[in-house]
Each structure stands twice: as C-alpha cells, then as structure tokens.
Design a protein around this ligand. Structure first.
Ligand code: NCD
Length: 330
C-alpha cells in the first residue's frame, strides 16, 4: 500500500467470525512518520497511556488473542525486536521470530517480496527491519497484511520516533515550547531522521550537533525548514547544552561506513559525561535510542535526567498501541 492513502484497508478476505475490524488504523502500514498528523499522535499517545495503565494493573491481557506477528529482522536488534515480541505477548498474541535470516530461506536467495508473501500466509502483521532504504515500502506493496517499518537502512525508524516523542511528552509533560538537541551521527542515524520530521508537527526548536561528515541530510533540513521549525547546526555541544530541554544522543553507525578509518576519526566526537551534565538544565532529559557504545559515560546513568532506560519501557506501550491499532482493536 502506498504512503498517504490513509483510509485504504488491507486485510485478508477470510476474517475470523466475530472479529471486530474497525478503527482508523485498522489494516494500515506504518512506513514513515510522514503518515502522521498531530491528531494521530494524540490518539496514539492516548492508547499508549492506556496500555501502560493496563500493564501496570494486570500485566497481560487478551486484546490480540489468536493474532500472530511475524518479526522479520535482516539487521541486528535487541530492543526493537524484543519489545515488539513483548508487546504482542502482553496483548495475548504470538510471534514468529525471524531474527537470523542467515538460517532462513533468505540465505538461499529468496527475494523480499517472496519472503513477505510467505510470512503473511501465516501472520496477521509483519514487522520488518532491513538494511535498504525503501524496503518497508517495497514490502508493503506486495503485502496484503500490514507492514510495520522497524528501520529501513539509513531511512526511517517510525516506531522509534513515536516512542521518542511519547517519552518526551511523559517525561517533560509537554512537547510544545521545548528545545531538542540531537547529537552524534545525524547522517546515518535513522532514528533522528524520523524524529526531526515528527517534531515539525510541534512548536519546537531543533539543534543538530555533529562532525561535518555526519551532518543531518540536506533533504531533511529542507523538510524541517519548509515546515517552519527553527533549526540550527553546530559542531560543538558547548553553545547549546544549557538551552536544551532534551538532549538526544546517537551512536556513530559504524556499520554504515565504507571506510573504517573515517569511523575511527569521528567515533568519540562527543561523549556525555557528568561534567557535560553540569552545564545542562535541572529539568533536561538525556535520551538515546540505544545501543550506546561509549557516547554516554556510564557515570551519567544514575543522574535522574538520564531517561534512556525509561525510554525503552515507553517503547513497549507505544508498540502495544500500534499493534492494537493496525489489528483493529483500539
Ligand atoms: C537504533 C536503530 O536500530 O536504528 N536502535 C534501536 O532501534 N533502538 C539506533 C542504533 O542502532 O544506533
């Protein structure tokens, strides 16, 4: 299903008897944050907050009983794949995990469309992570069942951006009026590509701090500019740390470099330490999609402003909300 066709519904013609198939998100793919409006985000965060409440009260419940998720990962993942698994299982559904495509027919040369057509014969929704930009859109073109993009190369990571925004809202109590500073690998980091786009739906300022070779791609800067969101680029954290409400730190994406010596030059460009935190506001939060490999010192972990571990938990609730929505149960 192409992007920007919000009401098109994908589903199997053979619906289980008695299944309630409705809601504005039923049967839709989640491919890019460009699909979302402000009111969509309010709705998603409302459902996520309900999921949080339910998990705290009862742990697991049967909203998606009998539903099956295929988790298809062509790139490594710990949080994204296990949080989708946990989300599905807490909703009473089950999961086909394909984390090691090396051991699947992909290693025999099967194409992505064929693998997708196979999995949708067994599952109700497919979560896909793949190294190529546009792979999720390609998969969605062939699939009758909803595809959720869990990272397409250096393209997008929409569910991460949704959980990032939900984290900001829950931690700061608001999104409007904040200054968000993104630091690290803004060129290859797909999470910041999605987050910058999503932030344009709010009244925020965005700062980008990166080495010259890892600057935010021009097409994203242009989109942010066109949306009228104030933004500025820096090569040092120093001028912006004290004005930041959210410090969003990213890992330098070693696997995307063709020349390892280039990676070596920039890998330690910014390291957040207790000293950095001394220049930051009392109320600032530090976020990171994780994994970190050294860009935030472990000494920062005990600072109450370190929100990156809490961020993972918010991700569970957002992914529960998204699964319930695309499967017509919210
Ligand atoms: C991120 C990713 O895969 O893009 N991780 C994640 O999903 N939490 C960030 C990264 O790998 O650095």
């Amino acid at each position: 299903m192409a992007l920007h066709t919000p009401r098109t519904i994908k589903h199997s013609p053979h619906l289980p008897f008695g299944d309630r198939q409705d809601g504005p998100w039923y049967g839709r793919d989640i491919l890019s944050v460009k699909q979302f409006t402000r009111s969509d985000l309010d709705y998603i965060f409302g459902v996520a907050a309900e999921m949080e409440e339910m998990v705290r009260r009862v742990g697991s419940f049967d909203l998606l009983k009998g539903k099956i998720l295929a988790n298809l990962f062509y790139e490594p993942s710990t949080r994204t794949s296990s949080s989708f698994t946990a989300a599905m299982e807490r909703l009473g559904g089950s999961v086909i995990p394909i984390n090691e495509v090396r051991y699947s027919s992909v290693s025999k040369g099967e194409s992505l469309p064929d693998t997708i057509r196979t999995l949708e014969a067994y599952a109700d929704v497919i979560v896909l992570r793949h190294p190529e930009v546009g792979s999720a859109e390609l998969a969605a073109k062939y699939a009758r069942k909803p595809i959720i993009n869990a990272g397409d190369g250096i393209g997008e990571h929409p569910t991460q951006a949704l959980l990032d925004l939900f984290t900001i809202q829950q931690e700061m109590g608001k999104i409007n009026g904040l200054t968000v500073t993104m630091v690290g690998d803004l060129k290859y980091g797909r999470t910041v590509h999605s987050l910058a786009r999503l932030l344009t739906l709010y009244d925020v300022r965005i700062n980008y701090v990166s080495p010259d070779i890892l600057r935010m791609p021009a097409h994203i800067l242009e989109e942010v500019q066109a949306a009228g969101t104030p933004q500025a680029e820096y090569d040092s954290l120093f001028p912006v740390i004290s004005e930041s409400d959210v410090l969003y730190v990213t890992r330098v994406q070693k696997e995307r470099f063709t020349d390892e010596s280039e990676y070596e030059k920039v890998k330690d460009a910014y390291i957040i330490t207790p000293e950095t935190m001394q220049s930051a506001q009392e109320e600032m939060i530090v976020m990171h999609p994780l994994p970190r490999v050294g860009e935030i010192s472990m000494e920062v972990d005990d600072d109450p402003r370190a929100a990156y571990f809490r961020q993972m938990e918010y991700g569970l609730y957002v992914r529960m909300a998204l699964l319930a929505m695309v499967l017509g149960k919210s």
